[in-house]
Write a protein that binds this ligand. Structure first.
Ligand code: UD1
Length: 353
C-alpha cells in the first residue's frame, strides 16, 4: 500500500542517499514530502546536488544551519514538528547520523509518527563523536531500521532492538555509485597522471588542533612525492584559516572548492589513493576499487578494512600519515560485496508499503 512519507534531510551525504531512495519511493507509488533543514546551505554543499541528481525540490526549506550542535538540533526539532503537524504523514524517513537525522526522528516520535531510519546499525563505539550519539538515539526510536550490512544488523540485535524492526537491505550508497559513476563529467582541475584525493571535515579532526596540525604536516609530506587534490569542506577551510595554516597547505596541495557528487565520483575513480575522514567516501572508494587511508582512530565501515581496501591511521602524526599513504596498495583478494547488491532503495520502498 502506498504511504504518505515526510523525509527529513539537511547535509551533503543525505542528498546523495535521497537521490536514489526518493526515486524508488516514487516508483513504488509512495507520496513523499521533503523537508530540508538547511544544515548545509552553501550552493556547492546543497543546491548543486539537487540539480545534478534530479532530487525533487523540498516543500519546506527551514534554513537552520550553523551554530552549536544543541542549538542547531533544537531549532530543527521545533521547526520539523510544525511541518509534521501540517503534513500528517504516515511515517517519517531519516538518513544517516547528522543533527538533522536526530531532529527529524525526535520530532516524529514525539507526535507518535513512526520513523524509518536508512543506514541504521552503524557504530564507531566512540561516544565523543556527535554522529555516534545521533545514530544510537535515532536507532532506538525508529520503527524500521534499514541496515547496510550483516555487521550493522548484529549491532542492533546486541542492543536489544526487536528483530522484526531490523531490515537488512544493503547500502543505498552502493545504489548511488552504480547509478551515477558512469559517464563523463567535466572536472574543475586537470588531473595529474597519479594523485591522491583528500577530504577532511570531521569535528574530531578539524576541532582538535593537534590532529589538524598532524594532518597538514602529513599532507605536505605526501605532496612531495604524490600530487594531492583536496575539495575542501567549509568547516575545514574556516579552521585552517583561523589557525593560519591554510596558506601552507595550499602551497603543497591543490585545494578546490567543494565539488558536486558526479565530480567527486570521477575524482575518486581516477585517484591512486583516497585520503579521508568521511564515512561515505570510505565506501565510495571501496565500490570504485581505490585504496583508502582513513585519518581516524576507528571506522563504522569495518568491512572495508577487513577486506584490505581501507587502512586506519591511529595516533595521527605527519610521518604516520605519510607512511600509510605512500604504502597504500590494492589487496590481492577478489572483491567481496558486504554492502548488498545495489538494490537497497527498492527494498526500502517495498518494506514501507
Ligand atoms: C555534518 C554531519 C556529518 C556529515 C557531514 C557531511 C553532524 C553532527 N555532522 O558535518 O555527520 O558527515 O555533515 O559533510 O550533523 N558550513 C558552511 N556551509 C555549508 C555547510 C556548513 O559554511 O554549506 C559550516 C557550518 O556553518 C559549520 C561548519 O561548516 O560552521 C560545519 O557544518 P556542520 O553542519 O556543523 O557539520 P559538518 O562538519 O558538515
Amino acid at each position: 500500500m502506498s504511504k504518505r512519507i515526510v523525509s527529513v534531510l539537511g547535509a551533503r551525504p543525505q542528498f546523495v542517499k535521497a537521490a536514489v531512495v526518493s526515486a524508488a519511493l516514487q516508483d513504488f507509488g509512495h507520496e513523499e514530502v521533503m523537508v530540508h533543514t538547511g544544515q548545509h546551505y552553501d550552493y556547492n554543499m546543497s543546491e548543486v546536488f539537487f540539480q545534478a541528481l534530479n532530487i525533487p525540490k523540498p516543500r519546506y526549506s527551514l534554513g537552520i544551519g550553523g551554530g552549536l550542535h544543541g542549538e542547531m538540533t533544537g531549532r530543527q526539532l521545533m521547526a520539523i514538528e510544525q511541518c509534521l503537524l501540517t503534513e500528517k504523514p504516515d511515517l517519517v524517513l531519516v538518513y544517516g547520523d547528522t543533527n538533522s537525522t536526530l531532529a527529524g526522528a525526535l520530532a516524529a516520535v514525539k507526535l507518535h509518527i513512526p520513523v524509518a531510519h536508512v543506514e541504521a546499525g552503524l557504530r564507531s563505539f566512540n561516544m565523543r563523536m556527535p554522529e555516534e550519539v545521533n545514530r544510537i538515539l535515532t536507532d532506538r526510536i525508529s520503527r524500521w531500521l534499514f541496515t547496510p550490512s550483516v555487521i550493522a544488523s548484529g549491532h542492533l540485535r546486541a542492543e536489544g532492538i526487536a528483530s522484526e524492526c531490523v531490515i537488512e537491505v544493503g547500502d543505498v550508497m552502493h545504489d548511488a555509485v552504480l547509478r551515477f559513476s558512469r559517464g563523463d563529467v567535466e572536472l574543475p582541475v586537470a588531473l595529474p597522471q597519479r594523485y591522491g584525493l583528500v577530504t577532511i571535515h570531521r569535528a574530531e579532526n578539524t576541532d582538535d588542533e593537534a590532529h589538524l596540525e598532524a594532518i597538514v604536516d602529513g599532507l605536505c609530506r605526501v605532496a612531495g612525492s604524490l600530487p594531492l587534490i583536496m575539495p575542501i569542506h567549509p568547516r575545514t577551510r574556516q579552521r585552517l584559516a583561523t589557525l593560519g595554516w591554510l596558506e601552507r597547505l595550499t602551497r603543497a596541495v591543490q585545494v578546490l572548492e567543494p565539488v558536486g557528487y558526479l565530480e567527486m565520483l570521477a575524482l575518486q575513480k581516477h585517484a591512486d589513493v583516497v585520503i579521508t575522514d568521511s564515512g561515505g567516501i570510505q565506501k565510495e572508494a571501496f565500490f570504485l576499487q581505490v585504496p583508502c587511508i582513513t585519518l581516524r582512530e576507528e571506522t563504522e565501515w569495518v568491512e572495508t578494512v577487513d577486506l584490505g581496501w581501507n587502512r586506519l591511521v591511529p595516533g595521527l602524526s605527519g610521518p604516520s600519515i605519510e607512511a600509510a599513504v605512500l604504502g597504500a596498495g590494492r589487496p590481492e583478494t577478489a572483491q567481496a560485496q558486504p554492502y548488498g547488491d545495489g538494490r537497497a532503495s527498492a527494498r526500502i520502498a517495498a518494506a514501507l508499503g
